[in-house]
Design a protein around this ligand. Structure first.
Ligand code: G1P
Length: 312
C-alpha cells in the first residue's frame, strides 16, 4: 500500500461510472453536423461514440452517463433497441447484422443528462454531479479514440492505489501545446506515472510548462464538483476542467486533492478536426482484415497517381 493513500476520508469507493461529454455543436464538421451529432460520425461502420463506450466497458465501467444537448437524439437511439430493424433482420436470417445492431444496445447501462447551455467541459462534468454522487468517476472525451482500454484501466488502478485524480498525458511537439491542457510534472517511483504540479489550458508555446498534453481521459475525485461550482470561466470564456484539476493538484490528499498523470503508451487518434478524422478512418479501415486487402493496394496506387499528377 502506498504511504500517501488517503487516510482521513472514508474508504474511497471504486470507479464504476463513466461520464462522456457529448453536448458540443460540432461546428468543425458543418454541414455534416447540422442535423447529426458529431459523435455519430462513422469511423468505418461504427459511430465514433461507440468506440468510447466500448473502451469504458472494457475498463470495467458499465454505467455510462452521456452529457448531451439539443439535436443529440440519435445518440440515444443508437444505444437503444431498434425493434423494427431487429425484426426485419431476423426475418431475413441476417444474424451477423442483427448481432451488430444489438451490440450497441447491450453494451452498457447508458444514461443521459442535458447540459442546456454550452459553458465548457468543466460545466459539462458538473452536470454529472447528481448521477455520480460522492464517488470517483472517469471522463472520456469522444474526440479522442484510444487504441486499447489499457490506459484507462491503468488510470483507475492509479486512483485505487493513491486516491486523488488522474489525467492521461502524451508528449506533443511545441507547436501543438496550444491545442491542449498542458501539465508540469515530476517523476514518481513508477515509470508510467507522474505527479502533476501545474496545469494550463491551451497555453501559448511560451507559457507552456512542458510538452505534456492532457488527452481526453480523466479519473476525477468527486471533490472536483465542489471546485467546479466556483471555477470562473477561463480560456475561451468557458468553465475549464483543467482549471478545477489545477486547484485539486494543489489541494491536500485528505480533501480529495492530488493529481497524477499516466503517460500514454500506444496509439491515440484525434477525430476532432477533418484531417485527423480522415486519418483515423483510413487507419481503422486498414486494420480491418475484411477491408485492408482491398484498400491498401488502392491507397498505394492512389498515392502514386497523386505523386505523378503533382510532378506533371
Ligand atoms: C479538451 C480539454 C483539454 C484537453 C483536450 C484533449 O479540449 O479542455 O485540456 O487537452 O480536451 O483532447 P478540447 O479539445 O475539447 O477543446
Amino acid at each position: 500500500m502506498s504511504a500517501d493513500i488517503d487516510q482521513t476520508r472514508p474508504p474511497t469507493s471504486a470507479v464504476t461510472k463513466a461520464v462522456v461529454p457529448a453536448a458540443g455543436l460540432g461546428t468543425r464538421f458543418l454541414p455534416a453536423t447540422k442535423a447529426t451529432p458529431k459523435e455519430m460520425l462513422p469511423i468505418v461502420d461504427k459511430p465514433a461514440i461507440q468506440y468510447v463506450v466500448e473502451e469504458a466497458v472494457e475498463s470495467g465501467l458499465h454505467d455510462v452517463l452521456m452529457i448531451t444537448g439539443r439535436s443529440k437524439r440519435s445518440i440515444e437511439d443508437h444505444f437503444d433497441r431498434a425493434y423494427e430493424l431487429e425484426v426485419a433482420l431476423k426475418a431475413k436470417g441476417d444474424t451477423e447484422r442483427l448481432r451488430s445492431v444489438r451490440e450497441s444496445s447491450d453494451l452498457a447501462q447508458v444514461h443521459y443528462v442535458r447540459q442546456g447551455e454550452p459553458r465548457g467541459l468543466g460545466h459539462a462534468v458538473l452536470c454529472a454531479e447528481a448521477h455520480v454522487g460522492d464517488n470517483p468517476f472517469a471522463v472520456l472525451l469522444g474526440d479522442d479514440l484510444i487504441e486499447t482500454a489499457d490506459l484507462l484501466r491503468r488510470m483507475i488502478e492509479v486512483r485505487r492505489e493513491h486516491g486523488g485524480s488522474v489525467v492521461a498525458l502524451m508528449e506533443v511537439e511545441p507547436e501543438q501545446v496550444s491545442l491542449y491542457g498542458c501539465a508540469a510534472v515530476e517523476p514518481t517511483e513508477e515509470d508510467d506515472v507522474v505527479t502533476v504540479t501545474d496545469l494550463v489550458e491551451k497555453p501559448s508555446r511560451e507559457e507552456a510548462p512542458s510538452r505534456w498534453a492532457v488527452i481526453g481521459r480523466y479519473v476525477c475525485d468527486p471533490a472536483v464538483f465542489e471546485v467546479l461550482h466556483r471555477t470562473p470561466p477561463g480560456r475561451g470564456g468557458e468553465i475549464q476542467l483543467t482549471d478545477a484539476l489545477l486547484e485539486l493538484a494543489r489541494t491536500k490528499p485528505e480533501e480529495g486533492g492530488g493529481v497524477r498523470g499516466v503517460l500514454l503508451q500506444g496509439q491515440r487518434y484525434d477525430t476532432g478536426n477533418k484531417a485527423d478524422y480522415i486519418r483515423t478512418v483510413v487507419d481503422f479501415a486498414c486494420r480491418r482484415p475484411d477491408l485492408a486487402e482491398e484498400l491498401l493496394p488502392w491507397l498505394r496506387e492512389f498515392v502514386d497517381r497523386h505523386d505523378r499528377t503533382d510532378r506533371s
